[in-house]
Design a protein around this ligand. Structure first.
Ligand SMILES: Nc1ncnc2c1ncn2[C@@H]1O[C@H](COP(=O)(O)OP(=O)(O)OP(=O)(O)O)[C@@H](O)[C@H]1O
Ligand SMILES: [Mg+2]
Ligand SMILES: [Zn+2]
Length: 530
């Protein structure tokens, strides 16, 4: 029977564990010196070795070898591997989460090990226990018999009661660095005699996102059915074939608020046998790609895709607002999170689609329609003067917003603000800049970036100048033109046209890290830049 790679290659000794050196070191020492704790909490990202390490610790505690333990060879190590060792008890808290299950466990704790040295209870996904079950467990955790070790494992330590945490030695499993993943996978490929190019492994590792299980699972699917060397193109083809086109289409339906069409489309994909949870993760990844492509000059380095796919994503990113992407990531992540334990993940996904469709474009409408000022037609040849440095002394005849703004503006403009005009030149630029953002606060996340890395440098009768510290900010300023013009107008008594310039020589490159930090800031998610 065929077994998935990640089942086939579960480390049998500490030596084979990828990454997690900090944890391996501690456990090896404790086993060697007989100073293990009576309760452990293993937490961290999925697929990084929690269950694997729990079994290694169970083996180490019962291993018969005189050398390094676990040896992986002795009768006890083998029995534990097979799952036939009576004194290592694995409990899946996701399906045994009631107080009765814990009572049963407490009963069995009373009996000393039958064949081994230590009775080891591995409680996986421990955050799934009910409150009563936790309380029942607490008593046992407080004073377990000498011959018992508890290993609790979870991806969500924050859901555990403090009382439980405080009784365990906590070990945090980290995402495995790509380089470590690559060499680990290369090792496995060598053992099973399959030739996979370094580039192919690199792409797989990048897509595994720190999870060894995910890495092996992608590798598995890329090598299946191939008798020749696996190249980068094969991996890209596999990753692409798992539905990039579908995500582009679905995201587009959401953007256009076509709820029914989107639900039917999803129905079609799922009836092809695609896993709902995997689909959610892949869709989130699509939104991440949109984010990268929108904000990075060379997204190729972080988006592992063929140039063609990147181009398609770029086209979609250009019609989506940061808010749309932000919302997609947040909504889907929270659904994916809940779906892990739900028996009805599909309903959650459908609900997410409905919510995304309802929310699509709302903020855009607010800023683009509500804050529209009367549009003065731009003279020919003067369209979108965004890239140019503006002259120091603009004239009253300057065009208003660029022509694109006019084209985007379907609704009639509201009346101008009625504030009494102050005399030009008497304005305190800094003061007005601050007021603008106090007003704009809460409207859009990007506002914070503009406030911090842009300045209002001068205000004239019909125009005002904004200097952006970098190109990224300049683009944001430009995107929020109507809002900013409206707000500056409000505080200076009458509409003024904004001119945007770049600080310095105007050619300043924004470091990718700065963009990532800014994006992380407003999105509340981590954006990695290599
Ligand atoms: N650190 C690692 N080193 C080597 N292989 C690993 C590692 N982590 C995971 N694997 C591989 O992935 C498979 C699953 O790992 P494991 O069950 O230990 O993950 P986990 O952290 O318990 O995940 P989950 O949170 O989903 O329960 C293993 O069989 C092994 O092949
Ligand atoms: Mg596990
Ligand atoms: Zn052994």
């Amino acid at each position: 029977m065929y077994r998935a790679l990640y089942r086939q290659y579960r480390p049998e000794t500490f030596h084979e564990v990828l990454g997690q050196d900090h944890i391996v070191r501690i456990l090896k020492n404790q086993i060697a010196s007989g100073s293990t704790s009576h309760a452990y909490l293993f937490c961290g990202t999925r697929g990084t070795g929690k269950t694997t390490t729990a079994r290694l610790l169970a083996k180490g505690l019962n291993c018969l070898s005189d050398g390094e333990r676990p040896c992986g060879e002795c009768a006890n190590c083998k029995a534990i591997k097979e799952g036939s060792f009576l004194d290592v008890i694995e409990i899946d808290a996701a399906s045994n989460n009631g107080v009765d299950d814990v009572r049963e466990l407490r009963e069995s704790v009373k009996y000393p090990p039958s064949t081994g040295r230590m009775k080891v209870y591995i409680i996986d996904e421990v955050h799934m226990l009910s409150t009563e079950a936790f309380n029942a467990l607490l008593k046992t955790l407080e004073e377990p018999p000498e011959y018992v070790t508890f290993i609790l494992a979870t991806t969500e330590a924050h859901k555990l009661p403090a009382t439980v945490m405080s009784r365990c030695m906590r070990l945090d499993f980290k995402r495995v660095p790509e380089a470590v993943l690559i060499s680990g996978m290369a090792d496995i490929c060598g053992r099973i005699g399959i030739d996979v190019s370094e580039d192919a492994l690199r792409i797989i590792a990048a897509n595994a996102d720190g999870s060894v299980r995910d890495g092996l699972s992608i590798l598995d699917q890329c090598i299946s059915g191939r008798d020749r060397r696996v190249e980068a193109e094969d991996v890209l083809e596999f990753l692409g074939a798992s539905g990039d086109g579908d995500f582009i289409e679905l995201t587009d339906m959401v953007r256009k608020k076509r709820t029914e069409e989107a639900i039917l489309f999803l129905n079609g994909i799922l009836s092809d046998g695609k896993d709902v949870r995997q689909f959610m993760r892949d869709w989130i990844n699509h939104y991440r790609n949109l984010l990268m492509v929108k904000f990075m000059r060379n997204p190729e380095t972080v988006v592992n895709m063929s140039a063609e796919n990147i181009e398609r994503i770029r086209r979609q990113a250009s019609v989506l607002d940061l808010e749309d992407i932000n919302r997609g990531i947040l909504e889907l992540s929270s659904m994916a999170d809940e779906a892990r334990w739900s028996t009805q993940p599909r309903i959650l996904l459908e609900l997410a689609i409905v919510r995304l469709c309802m929310a699509a474009g709302e903020i855009r409408e607010l800023t683009e329609v509500e804050f529209t000022e009367p549009v003065i037609p731009a003279p020919a040849g003067q369209n979108a003067p965004v890239q140019e440095r503006v002259p120091a002394a603009p004239t009253a005849a300057e065009p208003a917003a660029p022509a694109k703004a006019a084209a985007d503006t379907p609704a009639a403009a509201p009346a101008r603000p009625k504030t009494a005009p102050e005399s030009a030149g008497a304005f305190d630029c800094e003061d007005i800049w601050n007021k603008v953002f106090e007003d704009g606060e809460g409207e859009k996340g990007s506002i914070y970036i503009i406030r911090n890395s842009g300045q209002l440098t001068s205000i004239d009768e019909n125009t005002f100048n904004v200097t952006a510290n970098n190109e990224f900010t300049r683009d944001l300023v430009e995107k929020n033109r109507k809002l900013i013009e409206h707000l500056v107008g409000k505080h200076t008594g009458g509409h003024k046209t904004m001119k945007v310039s770049l600080a310095g020589n105007g050619k300043k490159e924004v470091p990718a890290e700065e963009i990532a930090a800014a994006a992380s800031d407003i999105l509340g998610i981590k954006v990695d830049v290599k």
